[in-house]
Design a protein around this ligand. Sequence first.
Ligand code: HDE
Length: 694
Amino acid sequence: MQKDPNQKGTFSSKKDEQLEQFRVEHEGAKLTTNQGLPVSEDEHSLKAGERGPTLMEDFHFREKMTHFDHERIPERVVHARGFGAHGYFQVYEPMAEYTKAKFLQDPSVKTPVFVRFSTVAGSRGSADSVRDVRGFATKFYTEEGVYDLVGNNIPIFFIQDAIKFPDLVHSFKPEPHNEMPQASTAHDTFWDFVANNTESAHMIMWNMSDRAIPRSYRMMEGFGVHTFRFINEQGKARFVKFHWKPVLGVHSFVWDEAHELAGRDPDFHRRDLWEAIEMGDYPEFELGVQIIEEEGEFKFDFDILDPTKIWPEEMVPVKLIGKMTLNRNQDNVFAETEQAAFHPGHVVPGIDFSNDPLLQGRLFSYTDTQLIRLGGPNFHQIPINRSVSPVRNHQRDGYHQMNIDKGKVSYHKNGLRGNHPHPVPEEQGGYAHYQEKVEGRKVRQRSDSFEDHYSQAKLFWNSMTDVEKQHIVEAFHFELGKVQDKNIRQQVVNVFANVDELLAARIAAGIGAEVPKDIKASTVTLSSPAVSQEQNKIKSAATRKVGILAADGYDDSTIEPIMQAFKQAGVHAEVISGHLGMITSVNGEQQEVKHSFLTAESVLFDALYVACGEKSVEQLKKNNKAVEFLKDAFKHFKTIGAAGKGAELLITAGIQAGSDPGIVINKDKSDWDTFGTSFINAIAEHRHWERQVQ
Ligand code: HDE
């Protein structure tokens, strides 16, 4: 991870300048009404007598209350819970061979971006850590207009045709009769949908995998999902799929931890993103493209228009073409995250669509949803949505019109204003749709090439390590275990028997279902190691958080050197103790306590460390919460370190201080270099699966 502290706040873009016009400072300001009238009193409504009724005349009270009554707008139907950040994108080298998109040509140009990460199923106040797909929507403010790459952290989707989207969403949302469960697919209607719509099989495999419980928005991939087109200056088109690769690698929670976090810190992901940016650990994602020549369209045993299929990276390599850095937190979540309006149809010259029937339907849906959510057709004028290139056309009026369009002409063609604003020919930058030849009967049908629902589900299963397979099976057990209708459970096992016999047997064993007879499981033996998190793990401890357990009487010589080692590795450490304030070491030094055992939980940290000190360790041993901290970290396969007597706390927690994997002890309290290196290397492993009981 490259860090440049000088960068913070110094990237000032055209978008920043534009936003500056709308930022409102309140420091030193006088209180006014919305009409600018200074207000003399804001504690009491206007009454007829001290104990009398409130008067209608009180315009200040009515204005204040009316505005409050209208503070909320409808949340997004899907992806309601999200969080955004600003940053910039830079291309590595000119992409002219493939696309004429201007923001993909000049490596010295920093294109401003705003990214909104989200969950899909839960409502706006739901927990961050739930098992779900994550949205990864990026708005590029290019010189040619706004380009939105509205993707997810899983490269495929549940359905093949947009017409099924309302059905899918109705099935995974809380059940309508009792509005349960919140933000979870672990219920009857969703799995009934899966059992009856087998095109979802591949997506379900990803959804049951650790991809659906990312450790951080900073540590997940992003995918455009659909097949798009790149068009170059010569008009040559190629099929393209977009990828975001996080520089920190892809990492996940363990399922039990995700559950605990939903209660302990429902804001975990937004806090993690916010704090990382505040601390200068700017999240970075490389943009990758997979490219298939137009002539190669039918070269594969899957249809490249089918959004339930990946293009295995081993067949079509991902070319990394640039990097996005998120380096500024938003000023106001409502104004920016909540009012951001993304749309896969916001494109720039050089980027075009394919006939993927899911994408085609999305091109309609996103404007439509903004009309109701943002209250009219002028949502593009909201600061976060504004293009940095000028917007000039003959559209007028509508709710919340912010422009004062001058002159009497608002039509094309016109003679009164020399036909301005006028269309721009393609050669001069006007957008012209790719002239794909299309022919066919009007049919409500899907191509036969979309019929194979199981081969890539099997490919995914084949690509998983044993630990990843175990997690998938456990996720099926949990989700289907929550399904009340036993027939649905059985039907789902029957569906996955088409993928893999052993998978079906393992699912069935945990949910009281039968393995169906006459299994005709997919015979695919290929795997795609690129889809496995474990096989592509980036081992880095940078930006991770370690909790240091200590109490009064700690041995400072076992905290200072490890803090130094953490600092060098970009690891953040925070002291946790029985009370807030300061703790004092045996020698009278002091450490500030960041969290008490009441305000923090083990799940909030990537690793734990127990300092030495007779008195300190004795106190911690008597504190159940401190012992629970260690047990939880151990259960969640995290690294635990200790110095000297600190190791005794591990033994109290039932941890084999000498032999358990991921447990690093500095018994003699010496050679901090070696200890620091092994501790940090152990954190960089992320999890110690050797502890997993199969
Ligand atoms: Fe969306 N989707 N979607 N979606 N989607 C929305 O738009 C829709 C799909 C995605 O942070 C909505 O503004 C249809 C795939 C993200 O604001 C809505 C179909 C992918 C976000 C909508 C899909 C996505 C949305 C809800 C099937 C990954 C959040 C509010 C044809 C490539 C964007 C809104 C943000 C949001 C419709 C399928 C990604 C209703 C009809 C596939 C990241 O318009």
